[in-house]
Design a protein around this ligand. Structure first.
Ligand code: AMP
Ligand code: MG
Length: 346
């Protein structure tokens, strides 16, 4: 098969057999999940997995997550699985939770970037679970975007980034969660949140009691610091124009942005404030009180600014609790942690 510039097939949810065949023959297949679209390959085939890194331009030291159709596949690829893994799987799988566990020798080094642990997830999308079952292999899949760009939440986003570089895209409609999975390291004691996502920290604490939060969730890593999820050290989710996050109660943040807006600036704001920014490129992140809607919209709104000429982007941001922790983490990373925290005067 020619692995250079190629035709990318658009597959429908009915094309399970064709999709599974692409995976079984070492091809790259974009798959829908509830979080974001994934760029999948046979997770047991090192040369297929290596192609993921090339297609995305992904740094080699950033490991991939293995996707499985049911929790009973865990024993195929993991060892020393704690009881808490099954307890969490029972509550949150299929769903947006990735568990870091010790891996066995079947898992190739290219998947884990040489780590002795592996990220495991059972996605909540019936089409993708059927494809994985039909392929009969775990599917290694990072997000199906060009490395560094906002993650893809529609098949069109995937086509925009990876069209001509991969064998197929399965169009399963827009993603219902919209931000990537929560990553929880179960090899640490207490369990450690490495990335906030669709399952909230509060929901994990309700099951596990104490959960540590990796510093990379809340701030930029300094030179020489190594986050436990290697991917958290990279600039991420970024549109082409620089982003400034304004952290303050919504009305204060909106007023500050209004006062500092210059010709050519774009604004990412809560729905209630869009009327303040008529005449400049402004996009709604959804209602201030609805972080689930903000999560669904965040990556698409960041991408819209790449299709209109803006020189800077101002962004409003939810409070960092519940699903707001994942939304604010993605916005802060898109801004390279360029955050203005307002106190008092605006
Ligand atoms: P993506 O699929 O693009 O969301 O990237 C996967 C994320 O999972 C990256 O941030 C990785 O660093 C993280 N990850 C994958 N495997 C591991 C692992 N074994 N230990 C820690 N983090 C991991
Ligand atoms: Mg990604």
């Amino acid at each position: 098969m020619n692995r250079g510039q190629q035709e990318t097939s658009l597959l429908s949810p009915q094309d399970i057999a064709q999709a599974a065949q692409i995976l079984r023959t070492g091809g790259l297949l974009a798959i829908p999940t509830e979080t974001v679209y994934g760029l999948g390959a046979d997770g047991l085939n090192p040369s297929a997995v290596a192609r993921i890194f090339t297609a995305k331009g992904r740094p080699q030291d950033n490991p991939l997550i293995l996707h499985i159709p049911t929790a009973d596949w865990l024993t195929r690829y993991c060892v020393a699985i704690p009881q808490t893994a099954y307890q969490l799987a029972k509550i949150f799988w299929p769903g947006p939770l990735t568990l870091i566990l010790r891996r066995n020798a079947l898992v190739p080094d290219v998947v884990t970037a040489g780590l002795d642990t592996v990220g495991m997830r059972c996605p909540d999308h019936p089409v993708t679970r059927s494809i994985i079952r039909a392929a009969g292999v775990p599917v290694a899949a990072p997000s199906a975007n060009t490395s560094g760009r906002p993650s893809p939440t529609t098949a069109a986003h995937v086509l925009e980034d990876l069209g001509g570089r991969i064998e197929g895209i399965v169009d399963g409609g827009p993603c219902t969660v919209g931000v990537e999975s929560t990553i929880l390291d179960l090899t640490a004691a207490p369990p450690r949140l490495l990335r906030p996502g669709g399952v909230t920290l509060e929901a994990l604490q309700a099951v596990l009691g104490e959960v540590a939060v990796d510093p990379a969730v809340l701030r930029q890593m300094e030179a020489g610091e190594r986050p436990r999820a290697p991917g958290m050290k990279y600039r991420h989710y970024a549109p082409r124009a620089p982003v400034t996050v304004v952290q303050a109660p919504p009305a204060d943040a909106a007023r500050y942005i209004q006062n500092h807006l210059e010709e050519g600036d774009g604004v990412l704001c809560f729905a209630e404030f869009i009327g303040l920014f008529q005449g400049c490129p402004a996009v709604s992140l959804g209602p201030a009180s609805d972080p689930a809607e903000q999560a669904r919209r965040i990556f698409d709104t960041l991408r819209t600014f790449d299709h209109q000429p803006v020189s800077r982007i101002w962004a409003m941001c939810p409070a960092a609790d519940g699903l707001g922790l994942a939304v604010s983490n993605r916005l802060n990373k898109a801004a390279g942690f360029h955050i203005l925290t307002l106190e008092g005067e605006t």
